[in-house]
Design a protein around this ligand. Structure first.
Ligand SMILES: Cc1cc2nc3c(=O)[nH]c(=O)nc-3n(C[C@H](O)[C@H](O)[C@H](O)COP(=O)(O)OP(=O)(O)OC[C@H]3O[C@@H](n4cnc5c(N)ncnc54)[C@H](O)[C@@H]3O)c2cc1C
Length: 533
């Protein structure tokens, strides 16, 4: 019996998941549904949707460190995280028309002039180049189609019934599409966060505690930053105010042919950046996000969303500069933003409820270490990350704790970049490959029931990051004849099983006491006999 895997979103996460399955001879059916277009029809202006998702038209910088790009090692440990990221980078090179042009920058020493004002995070980055992404996408897409992956384009998934394992959507002619699934991989990226959030509310999904991640996209002529770019192309300056629960970092630096991109979420503008590789696009600009991480804000999602709403004038985001106007896009128009003066900046500072002073200080610090910068800079407001709540997942397979055959991956979970998103997709695919026979049958209250006709999945041994060995069965950490542990942040939720059948804690205790349903080696041997081992 082969599995029916449906993936929502053809972004970096799911494309890597599908590739992993295909490369390893997965014999089930793979269907990928995306509201965007295939790489042959996708237009340059379609920044967030279509084959490879936001990653397809991004800056093509593949960060290679577990501290960058969102959460990965928290699920699988450091070593596994690096191995998964390797697989993603290999895929990008494999479908690259000129893999020899992919290069890695790997700064090793923090320069002295930074030290009094900032820390500098050093990590390797693989540079793919925006200009090649379209060709990579076409090669990759052709490979997957050739191997039998079924893509459904220009179709927006509008509802998912996690209990009936059924999805519904609308194609571009507003015709309804329906599909059932055995395993669902939900990788809708940032463009699908409202959908992810509505599912979380509908199914009352538990979430991980989160911080607010918000700031601005800063831009200036590259010459001011050159001495740092020479050390680290994608530099990450950071500052921490642990006692205030605030930290800041520069994020996603673009140089040489650097452009600011508009992102639209919930109908509001926010900003990001990308760089072109082709010399003809050179504008000698540098841009990067200055992102604050704010801890301790109750309901960070609502707080961020309200703030983003306040930072819109004339239905656009904002641009402030003491001396410049907003720059041009790679297509020649001005970046869409409403230019504001110092007076309106006062209102922006108020909207940030006092937190903007950290960004002001960050810019002042940069003026110290890059003395030519002075007033020759501008900022696009806001840049925002992590807008959606992060659903709580089983760390061993990224499946929702309440729905073990629904896996969340990429930006829809906790990623913030290409490598980590792709790695999360690969991680789920590895789980599906390792557990080909899990077909779960749900009772009405959604507990999993064992079906005697279906072979049980084999237990697996898992070495955890701290070196301890855990037993994994059906996606849960098992303490044999004790409770199954469902990872939940620092806490552990417990479920009680015997022979794969779920019990309440009390019934489980009773069954153990009565020694019913116990494996033979746990039962007392009849008088005068011994169990053989
Ligand atoms: C301009 C820009 C530049 C970037 N540059 C970099 C960079 O250089 N390096 C880096 O590491 N990261 C970069 N990023 C971030 C990176 O692209 C994302 O982190 C990554 O693409 C996330 O992968 P994903 O698979 O989770 O989602 P995505 O790649 O965003 O894919 C999600 C897909 O889901 C589809 N979708 C959404 N909702 C639905 C629905 N309801 N029904 C059907 N389909 C749906 C979308 O059409 C999209 O194709 C950049 C992002 C942007 C916007």
């Amino acid at each position: 019996m082969s599995k029916n895997v449906v993936m929502v979103g053809a972004g970096v996460a799911n494309v890597n998941a599908a590739t992993k399955l295909i490369d390893n001879g997965f014999d089930g059916k793979i269907t990928i549904i995306d509201m965007g277009k295939n790489p042959y029809d996708r237009k340059y202006s379609e920044v967030m949707e279509g084959f490879l998702g936001a990653g397809g038209w991004s800056d093509g910088k593949l960060t290679y460190h577990t501290a960058i790009g969102g959460q990965l090692s928290k699920y699988c440990g450091e070593d596994k995280a690096m191995e998964l990221m390797d697989q993603v980078i290999t895929n990008f090179k494999r479908f690259h028309p000129k893999p020899e042009e992919v290069h890695c920058s790997n700064p090793t020493a923090e320069p002295d002039f930074i030290k009094p004002y900032f820390g500098l995070r050093l990590f390797p980055v693989w540079h793919i180049g925006t200009d090649y992404l379209s060709e990579i996408a076409k090669n990759w897409y052709d490979y997957l189609v050739d191997k039998g992956v079924n893509f459904i384009w220009e179709t927006k998934v509008t509802s998912i019934d996690f209990n009936a394992k059924f999805i519904r959507g609308k194609d571009k002619h507003q015709q309804e599409i329906r599909s059932s699934y055995d395993e669902l991989i939900f990788g809708v990226g940032k463009s699908g966060i409202d959908f992810g959030k509505s599912l979380a509310e509908e199914y009352d999904l538990p979430t991980e505690p989160k911080s607010v991640q918000i700031g601005v996209r800063f831009e200036a002529p590259q010459k001011h930053f050159q001495k740092l770019i020479d050390v680290s192309y994608d530099f990450k300056l950071y500052r921490k105010f642990d006692d205030k629960g605030v930290s800041l970092r520069s994020f996603c630096t673009n140089n040489n042919a650097a452009f600011v991109a508009v992102e639209e979420t919930y109908g509001n503008y926010s900003y990001n950046g990308h760089a072109k590789k082709d010399e003809k696009f050179r504008n000698d600009m540098t841009n990067f996000g200055i992102i604050m991480e704010l801890n301790g804000i109750e309901d960070p999602f609502t707080w961020s969303r309200n703030l983003v709403k306040k930072l819109q004038i004339n239905n656009k985001g904002l641009y402030y500069s003491p001396s410049r106007t907003s720059s041009l896009t790679s297509e020649g128009g001005h970046v869409e933003a409403t230019q504001i003066n110092e007076y309106v900046m006062g209102e922006v500072r108020e909207a940030f409820e006092g937190y903007f002073k950290y960004i002001d200080d960050f810019i002042d610090g940069m003026k110290e270490i890059f003395p030519t910068l002075k007033d020759d800079w501008g900022m696009y407001i806001p840049e925002v990350k992590y807008l959606s709540p992060e659903p709580l997942v089983d760390y061993t397979n990224l499946a929702l704790t309440k729905y073990p055959n629904v896996h969340f991956v990429g930006d829809a979970l906790s990623a913030r970049g290409i490598t980590v998103s792709g790695a999360q997709g690969t991680y789920v695919a590895e789980y599906i490959l390792a557990n080909p026979n899990i077909f779960r049958i749900f009772t009405t209250n959604n507990n999993i029931m064992a079906d005697k006709k279906i072979p049980y999945p084999k237990p697996q041994k898992l070495k955890k990051a701290d070196g301890t060995i855990a037993h994994l069965w059906d996606g849960k950490l098992h303490n044999w004849a004790g409770p199954a542990l469902i990872p939940e942040g620092n806490k552990k939720k417990r479920e009680y099983y015997l022979y794969g059948i779920q019990y309440t804690e009390e019934d489980h205790k009773e069954a153990i006491k009565q020694q019913t349903g116990l494996p033979w080696f746990k039962q007392p041997a009849p008088k005068g006999e011994q169990h053989r081992h």
